[in-house]
Design a protein around this ligand. Structure first.
Ligand code: SF4
Ligand code: SF4
Length: 449
C-alpha cells in the first residue's frame, strides 16, 4: 500500500468525538469511531478545514521549527507573498525580510519573485497550449490533491507547471551553490507557509523532487518577527518584491498577473469543488484558465496565518498600491521554459473502493443502496460518518454497523422494549396463560379435547 505523508494530524487527547469536523471535510476523509476522530489517509488533502472547525483544537499541522536551521551550513528563507500582509500599515517587505535574517537565516528568496517568473511563463503557455480548456492552476496543492482524489478525469486540465514555491527554491538553491561553492545537501531552504497543504507538497512533491527542505508556519514565527520589528527594526533598505508576484498571495492575484485571457478565479475549497463539478459536466469550456485556491481569500486565508484574512486583504491591497508606484523591475530569473515545467505527470490517487473485483463491487453497491434506502436520510453525522450514504458504504466495507445510526438504534431499542413487555406477560404453561395466546388456544394446540 502506498505511504502517504500528512501534515494534518489528530491530537488524540483533545478530541471529544464531537463530529464537527466530519461535516466540513471536503473529501469525506474523517470518521468518528469510539469517541475519536480518525483521518482516512488516502482521502485527506491537508486542506486544514478541520483545523479551522475543531472547537477542541484537536487537529493540528505538523511543521518545522527554527531549530532545524542548525541542520544546515547555509539556510535560505522563502517567505510566501501572503506573509507580508500579516503586519500592520507601513511594514514593507524589506522590513520583514530583514528580520528573517536576524532570526538566523543566511539568505532569503522571495516567492513573489518566483511567482512573477511563473506568471510570465504561464502567459506564454496559455498562448501556445492546445490542451482542453479550461486549464487549471497547479499552484494550490490542496486543490491538486482534491482533483487526484475526487476528479481524476480532470487532472489533464492542470497546467504542467511548477509552483512559485518550487521555482523560487530551485533558483535560490542553484544561486547559493554557484555563489558560495556549497553542495546541495549543505543548503537548507525553508518555506514560510500559510497552510499544511504546502508542507505536504514539500514532503511528498508532485514533481520528482522538492527543492524545499522544510516549512515553518507563519503563525509560529509571527510573534517573534513582530517583536523584532517593533524593537530593533530591520537593516534592509529595499527588496525586489515585484508587485504582480506579491499579488499571488490573495484571490485574483494570479489571474491579474496573467491578463489578456478568459480567466476565472475561485476560492474556498467547497466553491472550488462546485466549479470542478461544473467542468466535469462539460461546462466552462469557454474559460482559458482557472485560478483555484482552497482557502477563502487565497493564501492570506490559509489555516496557518496569524491574521484575520479580511484584515490581511486590506493590508495586501494597500501594499500592492505602494509597490505599484515603483514601476517595472528587471528580474534575474531563468528564461528557459523547461525550467518551469513539472517533471512528472500528476496521477489519480487510489481512493476507497468497495472492491477491486468488478462483480463483487456491483453486489456491494447494491447492498449500499439497500442499506441507504433504509436509513433516515437526515445526514445528521451522529453516526460518525459524514452522511447517511457514507455510513451505508462504511457498513458494507465492514467498518461500521447499522446500529451506529441513532434512529436505527432507537428503532431497535423500541422493538426490544416491545419484546421485553411481551416476555414480561409470559408465564410457564403450568401456571396458566402464555404470551400472545389464551389458555384455550394452548390447550387446542397440544391436546385432543
Ligand atoms: S485536512 Fe482537510 S481533507 Fe484532511 S481531514 Fe482535515 S478537512 Fe479533511
Ligand atoms: S489557498 Fe494557499 S494557503 Fe490555502 S491551501 Fe491553497 S496554497 Fe495553501
Amino acid at each position: 500500500m502506498q505511504k502517504y505523508f500528512h501534515s494534518v494530524m489528530l491530537e488524540k487527547e483533545n478530541c471529544k468525538g464531537c463530529t464537527n469536523c466530519i461535516k466540513h471535510c471536503p473529501t469525506e476523509a474523517i470518521r468518528v469511531r469510539e469517541g475519536q476522530a480518525r483521518i482516512i489517509e488516502q482521502l485527506c488533502i491537508d486542506c486544514g478545514e478541520c483545523i479551522r472547525r475543531c472547537p477542541n483544537h484537536a487537529k493540528l499541522a505538523i511543521t518545522d521549527t527554527l531549530d532545524r536551521l542548525n541542520d544546515y551550513k547555509y539556510t535560505i528563507a522563502l517567505p510566501a507573498p501572503s506573509f507580508y500582509a500579516q503586519f500592520g500599515p507601513g511594514v514593507m517587505p524589506h522590513h520583514v525580510l530583514g528580520v528573517l535574517l536576524e532570526l538566523g537565516f543566511d539568505h532569503f528568496y522571495e516567492v513573489a519573485v518566483g511567482a512573477e517568473a511563473v506568471s510570465a511563463y504561464l502567459r506564454r503557455y496559455l498562448d501556445q497550449s492546445q490542451r482542453p480548456r479550461p486549464l487549471i492552476s497547479s499552484a494550490c496543492p490542496a486543490v491538486v490533491r482534491t482533483m487526484q482524489v475526487r476528479f481524476p478525469g480532470l487532472l489533464e486540465n492542470i497546467v504542467p507547471i511548477e509552483t512559485p514555491m518550487e521555482v523560487s527554491a530551485r533558483i535560490a538553491r542553484e544561486e547559493a551553490m554557484e555563489k558560495h561553492g556549497l553542495k546541495d545537501e549543505e543548503i537548507g531552504v525553508f518555506f514560510i507557509t500559510p497552510c499544511p497543504a504546502k508542507v505536504t507538497a514539500i514532503k511528498q512533491p508532485f514533481g520528482e523532487r522538492s527543492y524545499v527542505d522544510g516549512a515553518i508556519s507563519m503563525s509560529s514565527i509571527y510573534g517573534e518577527v513582530l517583536n523584532r520589528l517593533n524593537s530593533t527594526g530591520s537593516n534592509l533598505k529595499s527588496t525586489l518584491s515585484p508587485v504582480q508576484g506579491v499579488g499571488w498571495g490573495k484571490t485574483g492575484g494570479e489571474n491579474h498577473a496573467i491578463k489578456d485571457h478568459s480567466l476565472l478565479a475561485v476560492d474556498g475549497i467547497h466553491n472550488v469543488i462546485n466549479v470542478l463539478e461544473e467542468i466535469e459536466r462539460g461546462g466552462l469550456y469557454d474559460i482559458d484558465y482557472i485560478e483555484a485556491q482552497a482557502c477563502t481569500g487565497g493564501c492570506i486565508g490559509g489555516p496557518l496565518v496569524p491574521q484575520n484574512p479580511f484584515v490581511s486583504r486590506v493590508r495586501m491591497e494597500s501594499l500592492l498600491k505602494e509597490l505599484g508606484t515603483r514601476g517595472e523591475q528587471e528580474l534575474n530569473v531563468p528564461s528557459d521554459d523547461q525550467f518551469y515545467r513539472l517533471s512528472e505527470t500528476i496521477l489519480p490517487r487510489p481512493t476507497l473502493k468497495l472492491s477491486d473485483d468488478v462483480n463483487q463491487a456491483i453486489q456491494m453497491l447494491e447492498e449500499v443502496e439497500r442499506i441507504y434506502a433504509d436509513l433516515p436520510g437526515l445526514d445528521c453525522g451522529s453516526c460518525g460518518s459524514p452522511h447517511c450514504r457514507a455510513l451505508a458504504e462504511d457498513i458494507v466495507r465492514g467498518s461500521a454497523e447499522t446500529s451506529f445510526c441513532v434512529f436505527k438504534l432507537r428503532d431497535k431499542l423500541q422493538q426490544l422494549a416491545r419484546e421485553i413487555v411481551d416476555l414480561s406477560h409470559m408465564q410457564p404453561p403450568a401456571m396458566g396463560r402464555v404470551a400472545n395466546g389464551s389458555k384455550e388456544d394452548a390447550k387446542k394446540d397440544e391436546f385432543m379435547e
